[in-house]
Design a protein around this ligand. Sequence first.
Ligand SMILES: C[S@@+](CC[C@H](N)C(=O)[O-])C[C@H]1O[C@@H](n2cnc3c(N)ncnc32)[C@H](O)[C@@H]1O
Length: 265
Amino acid sequence: MSAQADTTGADKPETEKNWWLKFYQDTPFIQYLDNAHQEDQEDILAFLAEHTPLPEAAVIYDQCCGVGSISLPLAGAGHTVYGTDLCPQFIDEAKRRAEILKVQERAHYLLADATIFTTPRPCDLAVNLYTSFGYGDDGVNLAMIKKARSSLKEGAPFLLDFPNFYLVISRFRKHIVRHINTAAGILTVNREAVFSPEEGRLLQEWTFIEADGKRSCQKSSLAVYLPHQIKDMLRQAGFERVELTGDFHGSPFGVDSPRCIALAR
Ligand SMILES: C[S@@+](CC[C@H](N)C(=O)[O-])C[C@H]1O[C@@H](n2cnc3c(N)ncnc32)[C@H](O)[C@@H]1O
């Protein structure tokens, strides 16, 4: 694979500890999220309806909610949602959107650390979507899963959506460029990736170039967890049954699947 050139770590970017506290605040990432969820929101909601059927007026926890792209429509369907995120701009935007949709009475967005926060009411479903997990070390990451578990009613499901690292490694792309249509014009997102085999992490340098030419650069670092390791962590957190699917169409998990979607109970 093309990552072989990186095994010395010589071209490895230095990534700040707790990089995620800064990453989302200092970039136009919100446009990136909106674009992604424009494509997959319907699939995710259909997947949840099929695999995690909910009672009427259920309570749902959107862990690391971003701007609430998935929990807002669930609030619109009459459920109560709690969303936590550490990015103040995202929480403000989620609240703003909740007001526009007139669901602010039952959509509660809180600036909180998901490795510490437990919902005030036990939930019928918890979700952690779009690679919002794996940012810290193993202890931090396990703490996040444990908090999802302790936010749930007994036997209620937790859905954890993570990249399938078999695919990421076997088709490793060192450079990824995306052009995203935004109201202000094209946003270009350029990613340079390397593996750190010693740390077991995927390190990325992101450059965002906005339509007016404004550039911002940030680094990210993600733990490389294979599906069996995700399952192990979920079991360590107290979940008894874990099923994997490979995408939000419900395809069975395989080494070529785009995602590793774990449904734990
Ligand atoms: C890639 S974004 C995805 C957001 C959202 N889940 C979605 O699907 O749109 C990852 C989010 O996780 C949040 N996050 C990361 N670590 C967190 C933590 N410990 N507590 C709360 N939020 C966290 C980030 O601030 C960011 O908004």
